[in-house]
Design a protein around this ligand. Structure first.
Ligand code: BG6
Length: 484
C-alpha cells in the first residue's frame, strides 16, 4: 500500500526557467500529479518565470500541453487539469536586468511557504539569488532549489556555493540530485536500516564486491552541445552514481535526519581512494542501427568526451577496505537498466562434496525499470540423485508486492519538490558533499586530459567497450548482464 498522502503547507512556488524542458517534462506534470493526489493544497500557486513575453493564459496553455504530453492519459482528468491550471501564474522576467522583479514581488504572498526553483543555467544562479533579495522577494524562510550540474569541477562548485551563500543559508538551499528522489533509491536505506538481516554482513569481510550499473539506451542527440562539455563522468558519476555508492557504503546515521544522513555520505566520499588510470575505461558509441555515433550527435568530430565510463574504486575505511566498488554508466547501451548488485563471499567451508553448482549470493536492487529486489540464493536441486546445488532468486518485484499501488509511486521530482515545501533536506545534497565529490572526480578527469586519452569506441546496443569487460576479468570477476 502506498503511504497515505499528507498535504504540505500552502505554498507559492516560482519556477525560473518555467518554459524550459525540465519544467515541461518533469516539474509541472509532477506538480499536477501531486495536486490530483491531494498533496498540493488547492490554495497553493505555481508561478512560471522566464524571459519569454507570455500572458498568463499562454503559459497556462503551455502547462496544459505539458500535462497532455507527459502525464499518462489515464491520469488526466479534465476538471482536475482546469483546477490545476487556475493555480498557475506567469511573470516575464529578466534574470540579469530589472524587468519583471517588481511584478514578481507583487504576486508573492507573505503568509505562505515561498520556494524558488532555479531551473536555469548555473551561470544565472547568482543573478537570480541576488535579485530575489534585492527586491525583497525572498526572506530568511524562503527556499531555493538548484538543479545539476552543480559546477563542472571543484573550483566552479565552490564558487557557486559562495555565491548562493551570499543570499541564502545552507538550510535554505536544496541541491537536487533526482536519483535521490527515486523510490528504490530511498528504499536502499529502508532495506539496510530497517532490517537486521543484511547489516551484520554489510562489510568487506562478507562482501566480495559491489557493482553499480546505470545503463541507458538513449544517445546524446539533441543535447550534444551540453553533453560534450560534460561527459559521463561529470553528467552521471560525480552525482548520481556517487549518491548510490554513498547510500550503500555509509555507516548507519543516528537518525533519518538531513544532516545525520549527509554527514555519513560525506565521510564515504572523503574515504574514497584516488582512482588509478588503469582502473578506468572510457567509451564513445559508434554509429549503428541507422543512427549517427557520438561524434555526429555531439557535432564534434574530434570529441574525446566519454559517453560511457566504467571504473573501479576503493573506500579506505574499516568497513570496506578490500572490497572493490565497480561503477559503470553509458548511453546507447543494449537496455535501459539500472541496478546495484552486492556480491557476497563464499561460505568459509563447503560441506557438500559436489559444490559444482555453487554460486555466490547476490543481492540485486533494481532501480529501474521493474523496480524491486532479488536475492540470489543456493538451494538443493529438486529430485533424487544426490545433493546438487542450484541458484534461485528470492524475488520481490515491487509491482507484484504493491499491486496497483505501484503505479502511484511518485516520480523522483514529485517527491523532491514536496520535500522542499515540507522543508526536508534529507534527499538533497549539501554544499560540502558536492565539493567532496568534485574533489574526488577532478584528478581523474585531469589525468585523462593530461594524457590525451581517447575513449574506446563501442557498438550501439552493446554492453560497452571491450576494455570494460577486462576491468572485471582481470580481477576474476564479471559484470552482470545488462538487461531489462
Ligand atoms: C540526467 C543526465 O541527470 O540523468 C542525463 O543529465 C541522464 O544524461 C539522466 O540521461 C538519467 O536519468 P533517469 O532518471 O532517466 O535515469
Amino acid at each position: 500500500m502506498v503511504s497515505r498522502v499528507i498535504p504540505v503547507e500552502v505554498f507559492d512556488l516560482v519556477i525560473f526557467g518555467g518554459t524550459g524542458d525540465l519544467a515541461r517534462r518533469k516539474i509541472l506534470p509532477g506538480l499536477y500529479r501531486r495536486f490530483v493526489a491531494g498533496q498540493m493544497p488547492p490554495d497553493s500557486r505555481i508561478i512560471g518565470a522566464a524571459r519569454a513575453d507570455l500572458t498568463e493564459e499562454a503559459f497556462r496553455a503551455l502547462v496544459g500541453e505539458a500535462i497532455a504530453e507527459f502525464v499518462p492519459p489515464d491520469r488526466q482528468d479534465k476538471a482536475a487539469i482546469a483546477a490545476f491550471l487556475a493555480r498557475i501564474g506567469y511573470v516575464s522576467i529578466d534574470a540579469k536586468g530589472t524587468a519583471g522583479w517588481d511584478a514578481l514581488r507583487a504576486v508573492m504572498r507573505a503568509d505562505v511557504v515561498r520556494a524558488f526553483y532555479f531551473s536555469v543555467a548555473p551561470a544565472l544562479f547568482g543573478d537570480i539569488a541576488e535579485r530575489l533579495h534585492a527586491h525583497g522577494i525572498a526572506d530568511g524562510q524562503s527556499r531555493i532549489v538548484v538543479e545539476k550540474p552543480f559546477g563542472r569541477d571543484l573550483a566552479s562548485a565552490r564558487a557557486l556555493n559562495v555565491t548562493l551563500a551570499q543570499h541564502f543559508s545552507e538550510a535554505q538551499i536544496y541541491r537536487i540530485d533526482h536519483y535521490l528522489g527515486k523510490e528504490t533509491v530511498q528504499n536502499l536505506m529502508a532495506v539496510r536500516f530497517a532490517n537486521i538481516l543484511f547489516e551484520p554482513l554489510w562489510k568487506a569481510e562478507y562482501i566480495d564486491h559491489v557493482q553499480i550499473t546505470v545503463a541507458e539506451t538513449v544517445g546524446v542527440e539533441g543535447r550534444g552541445a551540453y553533453y560534450d562539455k560534460s561527459g559521463a563522468m561529470r553528467d552521471m558519476v560525480q552525482n548520481h552514481l556517487m549518491q548510490l555508492l554513498c547510500l550503500i557504503a555509509m555507516e548507519p546515521p543516528y537518525h533519518f535526519d538531513p544532516d545525520a544522513v549527509r554527514d555519513e555520505k560525506l565521510k564515504v566520499i572523503r574515504a574514497l581512494d584516488p582512482v588509478r588510470p588503469e582502473d578506468i575505461v572510457r567509451g564513445q558509441y559508434l554509429p549503428g542501427g541507422g543512427q549517427g555515433g557520438y561524434v555526429e550527435h555531439s557535432e564534434n568530430p574530434q570529441s574525446r568526451t566519454e559517453s560511457y565510463i566504467a571504473l573501479k574504486c576503493h573506500i579506505s575505511n574499516w568497513r570496506w577496505k578490500g572490497t572493490p566498488f565497480y561503477l559503470r554508466t553509458g548511453k546507447r547501451l543494449r537496455a535501459r537498466a539500472s541496478e546495484i548488485a552486492i556480491t557476497f563471499k563464499e561460505p568459509p567451508h563447503s560441506i557438500f562434496d559436489d559444490a559444482k553448482g555453487w554460486r555466490e549470493n547476490v543481492l540485486v536492487i533494481r532501480l529501474q525499470p521493474n523496480e524491486g529486489m532479488n536475492l540470489m540464493m543456493m538451494i538443493k536441486e529438486p529430485g533424487p540423485g544426490g545433493m546438487r546445488l542450484m541458484q534461485v532468486p528470492l524475488d520481490m518485484s515491487f509491482a507484484d508486492a504493491l499491486g496497483a499501488d505501484a503505479e502511484d509511486i511518485p516520480d523522483a521530482y514529485e517527491r523532491l519538490v514536496m520535500d522542499v515545501i515540507r522543508g526536508n533536506q534529507t534527499l538533497f545534497m549539501r554544499g560540502d558533499e558536492v565539493e567532496a565529490a568534485w574533489a574526488w572526480a577532478d584528478p581523474i578527469i585531469a589525468g585523462w586530459e593530461a594524457r590525451g586519452d581517447r575513449p574506446q569506441g563501442y557498438d550501439p546496443g552493446s554492453s560497452g567497450p571491450e576494455d570494460a569487460l577486462m576491468l572485471m576479468h582481470r580481477d576474476g570477476r564479471r559484470w552482470r548482464e545488462i538487461r531489462e
